[in-house]
Design a protein around this ligand. Structure first.
Ligand code: UDP
Ligand code: MG
Length: 347
């Protein structure tokens, strides 16, 4: 942490401090395109990202006559990622903006911070690990220029582990059934959003959210296009099975109450079946006499119902926990510093 731009770590925290000093900022004219990239412990792959992303965007800028900016959000990396981002900012200050979080708040919070900072008419989100090829930005821009306010993507030859592909397919199917959100490939974060969608998202203040789904709810002319997908350039996925499960709960609870309704229905059905069962047992007791056999069958049924009940309570807890987080209204993330030649939070 010798970099003066980011040497704040470990020092008394000054919110939204201007650490950029004499480095010229990017407070120039509004860009047409903002590329928002969350970064968490990506030191191994960042240089490769810079080497491909900047040329791809420079080419696009020249060909399509557009101005761009790149907003990186360091999501509390514990490796050299913040130093590398600061280095890149020094190299290309006119198109680079960096938001440094003081801790790890998750990919979606990082992207939301990027949205607050992005100034472009079009905003494209991208992963830092080069799984989304920067060259695919061009077709997304093209679709947006044709008037689409939301450009979803479908990964051609998805390069992820088999269990993740199966799990996503199952989640995709579930989401299609219980929400109104129509996405062929919900997991791909490389997407394009127009300014009006970004403004609406910036008004949302959701603590637990799933950005592609949230954006979709505001879209008026959505479209989906196919894009390439590559293996992670370096490093490992930051999503454990547990984190993926949490994220999918965010998606389900954030956009649907159907699971709760299903539970009421299941509860109703089970009550009816149990009532019939009680009648049957009463009839048996009166006409056939007392019985002791079948006690283990009864246990099995009881345990099954206990499982169902516990799952129901847990599901309710998922909703209530999120309500609790939301009503506390704590800051969703804390920005340690902006590297973009400004010290205002909402310039
Ligand atoms: N990421 C982040 N915060 C986190 C986890 C991930 O900012 O807590 C970033 C990460 O650096 C990458 C993107 O989110 O740019 C996607 O993460 P990853 O590639 O690990 O996810 P996967 O591709 O396996 O779904
Ligand atoms: Mg990835």
């Amino acid at each position: 942490m010798s970099d003066p731009l980011i040497s704040m770590a470990g020092q008394p925290f000054v919110p939204h401090a201007d650490l950029t000093g004499a480095v010229p900022g990017s407070a120039g004219p509004r860009p047409d395109l903002s590329v928002v990239i969350p970064v968490y412990n990506e030191e191994e792959g960042l240089q490769a990202l810079f080497d491909r992303l900047y040329p791809a965007l420079d080419k696009l800028a020249a060909e399509r006559a557009l101005r761009y900016e790149i907003v990186f959000i360091n999501d509390g990396s514990r490796d050299r990622s913040p130093q590398m981002l600061a280095g890149q900012y020094r190299l290309r200050p006119e198109v680079t903006r960096v938001v440094l979080f003081n801790g790890n708040y998750g990919q979606h919070m990082a992207i939301l911070a990027g949205f607050e900072r992005a100034r472009g008419e079009m905003v494209i989100t991208l992963d830092a690990d080069l799984q989304n090829p920067p060259e695919e930005i061009a077709p997304i821009v093209e679709a947006m220029r044709q008037g689409h306010d939301y450009v979803g993507t479908i990964r051609r030859n998805r390069q992820d582990s088999a269990w993740r592909r199966y799990a996503s397919r199952a989640m995709n199917r579930l989401r299609e059934r219980i929400t109104r959100i129509r996405m062929t490939d919900q997991g791909c974060m490389m997407r394009g959003y127009s300014r009006h969608i970004i403004s609406l998202i910036n008004q949302c203040h959701e603590v637990n959210t799933f950005i592609p789904a949230l954006a979709y709810t505001f879209a008026q002319r959505p479209i989906e296009i196919e894009i390439g997908h590559e293996e992670r350039a370096a490093g490992e996925s930051k999503y454990s099975a547990y984190k993926l499960m949490r994220l999918n709960f965010d998606l389900v609870t954030g956009f649907s109450v159907v699971p709760l309704e299903l539970f009421s229905m299941a509860g109703l059905a089970l009550s009816l079946v149990s009532a019939a069962f009680v009648l049957l047992l009463a009839w048996r007791r009166i006409f056939l006499g007392s019985e002791a056999e079948g006690v283990f069958t009864l246990f099995a049924i009881l345990f099954f119902l206990m499982g169902v009940a516990l799952f129901g309570i847990g599901l309710l807890g998922e909703y209530i926990g999120r309500i609790y987080q939301q009503v506390r209204q704590r800051p969703r993330f804390v920005v340690q510093a902006f590297l973009d030649g400004s010290n205002a939070r909402d310039d």
